[in-house]
Design a protein around this ligand. Structure first.
Ligand code: SD4
Length: 325
């Protein structure tokens, strides 16, 4: 499985890529030098998410904002009934309710988030509305739902027949034990750099299958499931949220990059921080990161984590390196 690589041509993208150059770096701390860079727009996401990063890339290639790109990208799995870890079709909590978590961050450090949201297919767009239309960062549960309805989002049943059938099967034993890569920890976290070098990120999930009612994971928590600092880079996380939250995982990755680590080194060090302090047996956590230069990195505790990168009209799914082999 390691080193599996797939290259897919972005047939949907017409035209030549513009050659994009920018003097992107302000002087930040001691390690970031002002320099002239050529960075092509890119979108990168946790797991095998070809359609999502390609949708983001379409926005980027039109000269769109990274913020619009990540929102458009993660809306793909949110609306996909066959994707059982995000949005519509997501596996429910142990009481049979699909409850969603999502957050988004733009290049100006603005953030929006929804947690424990039910009945709305696109929590990422509600998170964006929280960011842009309220004085708050996070809305939860009934308040988030009411806000979404006030913004014109439609109330829908998100529990598909397939997810309900699996849940009823699970109820027969009702044993809750997260299993590495088997419960399909396929939360989508996405980061993008646009043609003017700005970075944004989004993260959206139905959370752990059969979680306790009311449980919220890392995915909607700014600094845990996602963090972006447009001067440095961005990071997102997937896996067992409890481990990510206890270490402020994505914030840690970005701060490590600020101290001079490459995205790869930063992801590795953040994963090691978890491994040193927490019981990680049978538990997966994976990080993906990009920096301002357009470099990327990914690392997980257990093998089996992959990420998807769309850039230069190509989409590539790559298995991340992992702490355990
Ligand atoms: C959570 N981090 O709710 C999420 C789960 C996940 O892929 O990543 N699934 O803990």
């Amino acid at each position: 499985m390691v080193n599996r690589r797939r290259f897919l041509t972005l047939s949907s993208l017409a035209g030549l890529l513009p050659s994009l150059s920018f003097s992107a770096f302000k002087s930040v701390g001691s390690h970031t030098k002002a320099s002239s860079l050529v960075v092509r727009p890119l979108a990168i996401a946790t797991w095998d998410r070809v359609k999502a990063t390609e949708a983001a890339q379409v926005v980027l290639e039109r000269g769109g904002r990274a913020l619009d790109a990540v929102e458009a990208g993660v809306r793909i799995p949110e609306a996909d009934p066959d994707d059982m870890t995000v949005g519509y079709g997501g596996r429910p909590d142990r009481d049979g309710h699909v409850t969603l978590d999502a957050c988004i961050m733009d290049d100006k450090g603005n953030a929006g988030s929804v947690t424990f949201l039910e009945h709305i297919m696109h929590p990422i767009s509600v998170a964006r509305a929280v960011m842009e239309k309220t004085p708050h960062v996070m809305l939860s549960g009934e308040g988030a739902l009411n806000f979404a309805l006030s913004q014109g989002f439609k109330k829908e049943n998100l529990l598909t027949k397939k997810a309900e059938k699996e849940w009823r099967e699970w109820l027969k034993t009702a044993q809750y034990k997260p299993i590495v890569n088997i419960e399909r920890h396929d939360t989508i976290g996405m980061l993008a750099i646009d043609s003017v070098g700005n970075i944004s990120g989004a993260c959206t999930t139905s959370g752990l299958a059969y979680k306790m009612r009311g449980r919220v994971g890392d995915s909607p928590i700014i600094g845990a499931g996602l963090f972006v600092d447009n001067e440095i880079g961005g990071a997102c996380a997937t896996g067992l949220g409890e481990l990510v939250m206890r270490t402020c995982g994505s914030f840690l990755v970005v701060e490590l990059m600020r101290q001079g680590r490459t995205p790869q080194q930063a992801c590795e060090e953040a994963a090691l921080r978890i491994v040193k302090k927490q019981d990680f047996k049978d538990i997966q956590v994976g990080f993906v990161a990009i920096n301002k230069k357009g470099e990327h990195g990914a690392f997980s505790i257990q093998p089996g984590f992959s990420y998807t990168l769309s850039q230069n009209k190509k989409t590539q799914v790559t298995d991340a390196k992992s702490y355990l082999k």
